[in-house]
Design a protein around this ligand. Structure first.
Ligand code: SF4
Length: 412
């Protein structure tokens, strides 16, 4: 593919610490037609180097038809980066135009003590371990919220280890106190893994547990803990935590209660391409049913200091292919997010030409999850201006949103 050398050049320069305005390189990757009204035949369909089976998929995408499971797998097996980027960018611009969304947020990670033992996790420690653990008190958490007084932050993201002593009512009351300090703050909290454990310990159904949290002020759920839904892979990498069926049931229940959520996928470890499509397919089916997911967030496996450190990390090319196929396959998801603390800000910029339309938020150096797993971003924090500049450098339009994608400010 003609674009591959350009990308390799860009990635090489990035790795060597050069700062470049990438927009001049990314522009040729954008489709050469108006995405809302295709007036000419897209060039990928005319390209004689593209196989017929891939062309048929391209025709479906440009006709706004859903692709099948097998077609999704074929894209992973045979789709080159430039081809995938053209298709993904078509879908992305049809849904979100030139916008790139972000929000002003911070994270609270109450503890890294966890009862589970996920093999890919670099962050958690067992209760009995003395070194490298933390456990914030309620007052420390509330002080952190107070430290944002007067700042135009719209969201707090609360996730952490599954601590055996922090239960449903502890967290419900914590959320209530956060809302008393900052009523306008949207509380996006607890992965399905944390929720499954909380509800089980409190002996309440998922519906009762979620209803209690909602009544105390929780607005939505993040997408973590999904990993890879395939039962065999799950058995190998995270045997003891909630199952795929439980994860999906908790999100379905939240949607029914009017609590939207996100969904993630941990890729680039021992899974095969068909496992990724299986994962996306289960999410796509649930989204057809509830329409409660806001965004899909592919998460790259990072290999520092965990029980799977012997596994090589995926390449940037594979990361971009994965974003693109996610955008093409997840046709009923409004947004695809590149979580920049995990992927690094330069690859997040690149991803905006491969289906991604959201870069998460300012973060304010408030998460350690990917820092501990070896991400390039060791102190993840961006000012609003820095985020806006990153997005403008690739000729996109930065849009500050709230958690639910209501527009706050467009930065033209
Ligand atoms: S990934 Fe989450 S549930 Fe698994 S060990 Fe780490 S903190 Fe615990």
């Amino acid at each position: 593919m003609v674009y591959l050398p350009i990308l390799i050049f860009m990635i090489f320069h990035h790795k060597n610490g050069c700062t470049i305005n990438y927009s001049q390189f990314l522009l040729p990757l954008r489709p050469k037609f108006n995405c809302m009204h295709i007036e000419t035949t897209p060039t990928v369909i005319l390209d004689s180097t593209i196989s017929n089976d891939l062309k048929q998929i391209a025709e479906k995408v440009f006709a706004n038809e859903r692709i099948t499971f097998d077609e999704g797998v074929l894209l992973f097996e045979k789709g080159e980066l430039g081809f995938l980027g053209t298709l993904a960018n078509y879908v992305r611009e049809k849904k979100n135009g030139n916008n790139v969304y972000f929000n002003r947020n911070f994270h609270i990670e109450p503890t890294n003590i966890c009862v589970f033992d996920c093999k890919f996790c670099s962050y958690s420690r067992l209760l009995k371990q003395k070194e490298g653990t933390w456990e914030l008190s309620e007052e420390q958490i509330l002080d952190k919220v107070r430290s944002y007084d007067g700042q135009p932050i719209t969201e707090v993201h609360i996730v952490g280890g599954v601590h055996p002593k922090m239960g449903l009512m502890y967290f419900a009351n914590l959320i209530k106190k956060i809302k008393e300090i900052r009523p306008d703050l949207h509380v996006k909290a607890f992965t399905a893994v944390e929720l499954e454990y909380m509800c089980r310990k409190a002996k309440v159904s998922y519906e009762e547990g979620l209803r209690i949290l909602k009544e105390h002020g929780q607005g939505s759920l993040p997408g973590g803990g999904a990993e890879i839904f395939d039962e065999e892979i799950r058995k190998t990498i995270c045997e003891d935590k909630c199952t795929a069926a439980e994860w999906l049931e908790i999100h379905e229940t939240a949607h029914k209660l009017g609590m939207p959520s996100n969904a993630t996928m941990l890729y680039g470890h021992i899974e095969k391409f068909h496992h990724r499509i299986d994962h996306m397919d289960r999410l796509r089916k649930l989204q057809d049913k509830t329409n409660g997911f806001n965004t899909f967030i592919p998460l790259k496996f990072r290999n520092k200091d965990n029980q799977m450190s012997h596994i090589k990390e995926s390449t940037v090319i594979e990361d971009l292919r994965n974003y693109a196929i996610s955008r093409i396959y997840m046709d009923n998801f409004g947004h695809i997010k590149a979580y920049w603390p995990m992927i690094g800000r330069t690859t997040a910029q690149l991803s905006l030409a491969f289906g991604v339309d959201d870069m998460d938020g300012t973060i304010d150096d408030s998460t350690k999850i990917y820092t501990m797993a070896g991400s390039e971003e060791q102190n993840p924090a961006l000012t609003t201006q820095e985020l806006v500049d990153l997005i403008k450098q690739v000729n996109r339009t930065p849009v500050e949103r709230d958690t639910l994608y209501n527009v706050i400010t467009e930065f033209n």
